[in-house]
Design a protein around this ligand. Structure first.
Ligand code: ATP
Length: 457
């Protein structure tokens, strides 16, 4: 069951576009699917890789104070005792006595079953961690958990990273990867999944400097979504009330997005103090303190944790970029995705299937695909092919026509305003590179000219 905010893109439309064009499919669909698990199709995997690449570029590649990590999903079970997940990572579960559906007690509004209005049982706590076994014997001693967050892999590697990189505070460790939660209430497409991906940072600081760094990360993470094209009016910050905070947390903000299902958390940023490192030091018996060369003090750093979901970000990017325009031919559906996120960067479209255009078109295609994910399409009319690319968010199409054979020039057509420029083939790659990095379309390379769609000047 999918809820819908009036005025926002229809969630059903998004789900059907994702299925039809190969972004996202229900998992194991031929067997009827598996609740809250999804598969990313040929375009979806490109989009997902691009979201992760954009995050890594901003938080690791472009910063001096960050390094990356890729820890294993299965960890020593004591990890989850120390982190508090074995004891407390639970949601209150209620059952409907009439239709037997299960709900999260905190998601039920008036104490009645949201599906049939039936009476609900008393809430009981339900641990969200998936269990499995290591080795051949399925007994208590061999229980391990599929990680419900990536963060603990960072804490347990704090000393390894510190000694191997010789980093000084403040510094952070970034990690992305799969997490698993046996969620009770699902059903809003990829908003809440049982298997999903997270992008998490643990940023270690000297106690006393934590408030400044907390502010820094709240701003930095908010701006990341804006820089990748999300409209500011669809984003907001929500500070957690004192009674919402975990007992060890000093402060927490959610970055919320106006999803088709309403304002909901996209990313959480928390000041977790020294809780996690202290817990792991206690349970492992290892020293996880930091030695400050200048003050000659040992202390446990505080940590700021920006924790984002890959799949929720994808849902936000898709919902925010979806647009429709009425025109002579009917409806133009456009995904106005930021070029860094678009699955296909350039489409190469010969004007027709005429044999004469084939060698040059294939040459151009082969040369461009060395740089980007490029699609070649020569089926149906050029107008239909432009529409197909608009619908999947391709920022640029390159059209090869009969005149191209004479003057060695091709047309670049952009997605958002459908404007066109004509450029020499020898500067095509550089021109596309500049445009994909944000150079305005009307900046022309030597020999280039404005073509269709520009105001007459
Ligand atoms: P919620 O309140 O929605 O259950 P949470 O507060 O438990 O989320 P965190 O533990 O803070 O979430 O996880 C950090 C981020 O990971 C979330 O902001 C979200 O983007 C993503 N995330 C968490 N759970 C899921 C899920 N089940 N499916 C998809 N993404 C998720």
């Amino acid at each position: 069951m999918i809820e819908q905010v009036p005025g926002k893109v229809d969630m059903d439309k998004l789900v059907s576009l994702c299925k039809r064009r190969g972004f996202i499919f229900p998992s194991s669909e031929i067997y009827g699917g598996l609740g809250a698990c999804y598969d990313y199709g040929p375009l979806g995997v490109e989009l997902k890789n691009n979201v992760k690449k954009a995050w890594w570029k901003t938080v690791v590649q472009e910063r001096d104070d960050m390094v990356g990590l890729d820890a294993s999903i299965l960890m020593h079970p004591q990890t989850w005792v120390a982190s508090g997940h074995v004891e407390g990572f639970a949601d209150p579960l209620v059952d409907c006595k009439q239709c037997r559906q299960r709900w999260r007690a905190d998601h039920v509004k008036d104490g009645k079953c949201p599906a049939c209005g039936g009476e609900l049982t008393e809430p009981r706590m339900f641990n969200l961690m998936f269990k499995t076994f290591v080795g051949p014997v399925e007994d208590k001693a061999s229980i391990v958990y599929l990680r419900p967050e990536t963060a603990q892999g960072i804490f347990v590697n704090f000393q390894n990273v510190l000694t191997s990189t010789r980093k000084k505070l403040p510094f952070g460790i970034a990690q992305m990867g799969k997490s698993f939660r046996n969620e009770i209430t699902t059903g809003n497409f990829i908003f809440r999944m049982r298997e999903f991906e997270q992008m998490e940072i643990e940023y270690f600081v000297k106690p006393g400097t934590d408030e400044g760094w907390f502010k820094h990360w709240v701003e930095a993470r908010f701006n990341w979504y804006c820089d990748l094209g999300i409209k500011k009016e669809n984003l907001r910050l929500r500070q957690h009330a004192k009674d919402e905070l975990a007992h060890y947390a000093r402060d927490c903000y959610d970055i919320e997005y106006l999803f088709p299902i309403g304002w909901s958390e996209l990313e959480g940023i928390a000041n977790r103090t020294d809780f996690d490192l202290k817990q792991h030091a206690k349970y492992s018996g290892k020293d996880l303190s930091y030695f400050d060369d200048e003050t000659k003090e040992h202390f446990i750093p505080y940590v700021i944790e920006p924790s984002a979901g890959v799949d929720r970000s994808i849902l936000a990017f898709l919902a925010d970029s979806y647009d429709e325009e009425k025109d002579k031919e009917g409806l133009r559906v456009i995904l106005r995705l930021h070029p860094a996120l678009a699955p296909i960067k350039v489409a190469v479209l010969p004007l027709s299937r005429n044999e004469a255009l084939l060698p040059l078109s294939r040459d151009i295609y082969n040369s461009l695909r060395k740089c980007w994910i490029v699609q070649y399409d020569d089926a149906q009319s050029i107008g239909r092919r432009y529409r197909r690319q608009d619908e999947i968010g391709t920022p640029f199409c390159v059209t090869i026509d009969f005149q191209s054979l004479e003057d060695r020039q091709v047309t670049i057509r952009e997605r958002d305003k459908m404007r066109q420029i004509r450029v020499p083939i020898e500067v095509l790659k550089h021109t596309l590179e500049a445009k994909l990095c944000g150079e305005p379309l009307d900046v022309l390379p030597p020999g280039g000219k404005k073509w269709l769609g520009f105001e007459a000047s």
